[in-house]
Design a protein. Structure first.
Ligand code: NAD
Length: 534
């Protein structure tokens, strides 16, 4: 962890004084940030709550206009964003441009246009005759100050897109970036200031998990957490204790299903990019491939051939396609999974070796075959450049294997038969399934992002992600203010008959019975027009 401790006294807790941004290419410290102290948080929340009250009162068109300013700020500083992100994650510049800058800038533009419509009052027409005198609508009210706790793998686009949705919905934000990428997190705060958001509305708290936990203790209106499954569990427990709602975007073990009729040339290129872009450190990266047996041999051969051509190197090399892993400790976890799988009979068909000649955490992307679900490499998240390929006897078996996972973030199906592909996609348990494409949905603003099972709950991005930032309120205005409601007190046997008559009139399967309900002792009309006794 990149925090440097300050010794307070012999017995006192060692408080991190700073958070360091470290370049994974060579482990050099590139920048230091003052770490937020637990005791700073009450004042931060107070400032954010103060700013939020005024911000929420501003018209939505004004809040949306700030998103356009943010969009322009990101555009203006796009190369700087890439410099920072690449320096503290080691990712290639092309990926920084596409997955950090483009994703964020597009979301600012999209939400700037759509949010006024999506946050506007939404009329609620009533189906029931008894409610026709009412006018009703939904309001999407801001929640207050939202905590965004984010990971290091997309250190700019994840917190930035979530902050955009929170702010345009009228909330304040306390953002805690990963302690491994404090500089990218600081940039988010800096750009909010540049875009003219009110002072204190979005604040960045720098630090490790203890500060994340303290933020939840401080009582945000909602927690948006993106990170690993074990941390997600701790956060769910902390939120449950205080009944704080949460969105949890957790780990993935995403499956790719390749049917025998797929274009294997395209599917293999997709698999290699899907598994190894961002050095395999993507929640929605391809981790498990199930390929129908008749296509397996050629598909594996193509993947191996293409993986061997990948160019490893630092982001300063414009031709480098695979950067370093974020830390050597991550690399050790991957190596342990591969070693264990090999001992159980798996074959490493490509890569899987360290490259100390390039830097301390460079690792050749690995393809592992002859795997099965008893191996950890098929069950636990491999947050690095590892793609496991298993042959499946049929499409049905491939779906069964894909669904045999505790996680369910995203998946893809590859086939020339679009109709069959769509039908298979429906049977895969995951938050998103693409047919003949992968990963790109994360950059599609209309597509909700989130998972099922251990991949978490709730959604970000899209209209659903924006709604997660709001409290939905139903408002109902009765147009007959002087009429007492017939269901108020004044209960009697006659009223019970009238109530029966009303139910008959509306739902009796027999037409004759419905007709009878119009008059007589069990008169529905009696129910409708009776005045209240009290
Ligand atoms: P992590 O869980 O170690 O940390 C994530 C964040 O949580 C960091 O900011 C960390 O400081 C903070 N944190 C740690 N303990 C905490 C606590 N007790 N209370 C509050 N905050 C705490 O995850 P990571 O290593 O930064 O990121 C990698 C993981 O994130 C992978 O599992 C990956 O799949 C997942 N991820 C998921 C998505 C998604 O959208 N589903 C996107 C990106 C990454």
């Amino acid at each position: 962890m990149a925090v440097s401790p300050t010794t307070l006294s012999a017995n006192a807790v060692r408080t991190p004084a700073s958070v360091e941004s470290i370049n994974p290419v060579n482990n050099e410290i590139v920048k230091r940030f003052a770490a937020t102290q637990r005791e700073d948080l009450p004042a931060m929340f107070e400032r954010a709550r103060g700013a939020q009250a005024g911000w929420a009162a501003r018209p939505i068109f004004e809040r949306a206009a700030h998103l356009r300013r943010l969009r322009d700020a990101i555009y203006e500083r796009r190369e700087e964003i890439c410099d920072v992100v690449s320096k503290e994650t080691g990712k290639p510049r092309v990926e920084a441009l596409l997955m950090e800058v483009l994703v964020a800038i597009d979301m600012a533009d999209f939400l700037g246009r759509q949010a006024p419509r999506w946050l506007a009052r939404e009329s609620v027409p009533h189906h029931s005759m008894a409610m026709k005198a009412k006018r009703a609508w939904l309001e999407y009210a801001p929640r207050g100050v939202i905590a965004i706790i984010s990971p290091w793998n997309f250190p700019f686009s994840i917190p930035m897109t979530e902050a955009m949705a929170a702010l345009v919905a009228g909330n304040g934000v306390i953002l805690k970036p990963s302690e491994m990428t404090p500089w990218s997190g600081a940039l988010v705060g800096d750009m909010a200031r540049q875009a003219g958001y009110p002072e204190g509305l979005l604040q960045v708290a720098q630090g490790a998990g203890d500060i994340g936990a303290a933020i939840i203790e401080a009582g945000p209106a909602k927690v948006f957490f993106t990170g690993s499954v074990p941390t997600g569990r701790r956060i769910a427990e902390a939120c449950a204790k205080k009944l704080i709602p949460s969105v949890l975007e957790l780990g993935g073990k995403d499956a790719m299903i390749v049917l025998r009729d797929a274009d294997l040339e395209t599917a293999s290129s997709a698999a290699v990019w899907g598994a190894f872009s961002n050095c395999g450190q993507a929640c929605v990266g391809v981790k498990r491939v199930y390929v129908e047996e008749p296509a397996a041999e050629r598909f594996i051969a193509l993947c191996v051939e293409k993986t061997k051509k990948l160019r490893l190197g630092p982001p300063s090399d414009p031709d480098a396609e695979i950067g370093p892993m974020i830390r050597a400790t991550q690399l050790e976890k991957i190596e342990a999974q591969l070693k264990e799988a090999a001992a159980q009979g798996a074959e490493i068909a490509a890569g899987g070796k360290r490259r100390p000649d390039l830097g301390p955490s460079f690792f050749e992307p690995a393809i592992v075959t002859h795997v099965n679900h008893s191996m950890r490499v098929m069950r636990e998240e491999s947050f690095g450049p590892v793609m496991a390929i298993q042959a499946a006897g049929s499409a049905e078996e491939a779906v069964r294997l894909a669904n045999d996972s505790a996680m369910g973030l995203a998946a893809s199906v590859w086939t020339r038969d679009e109709v069959r592909g769509a039908a298979i996609a429906s049977g895969v348990r995951a938050g998103s399934v693409m047919v003949n494409d992968l990963l790109s949905y994360y950059g599609i603003c209309e597509a909700p992002h989130g998972g099922s099972g251990e991949s978490g709950w709730g959604r970000t991005h899209s209209r659903l992600g924006l709604q997660e930032m709001t409290d939905v309120k139903y408002v109902d205005v009765d147009r007959l203010p002087r009429v007492k409601k017939p269901w108020w007190f004044g209960y009697s046997a006659g009223m019970a008959d009238a109530a029966r008559g009303l139910i008959d009139l509306l739902f009796a399967p027999s037409g004759l019975r419905r007709l009878r309900a119009l008059g007589g002792r069990r008169s529905a009309a009696g129910m409708m027009f009776r005045g209240g006794r009290i």
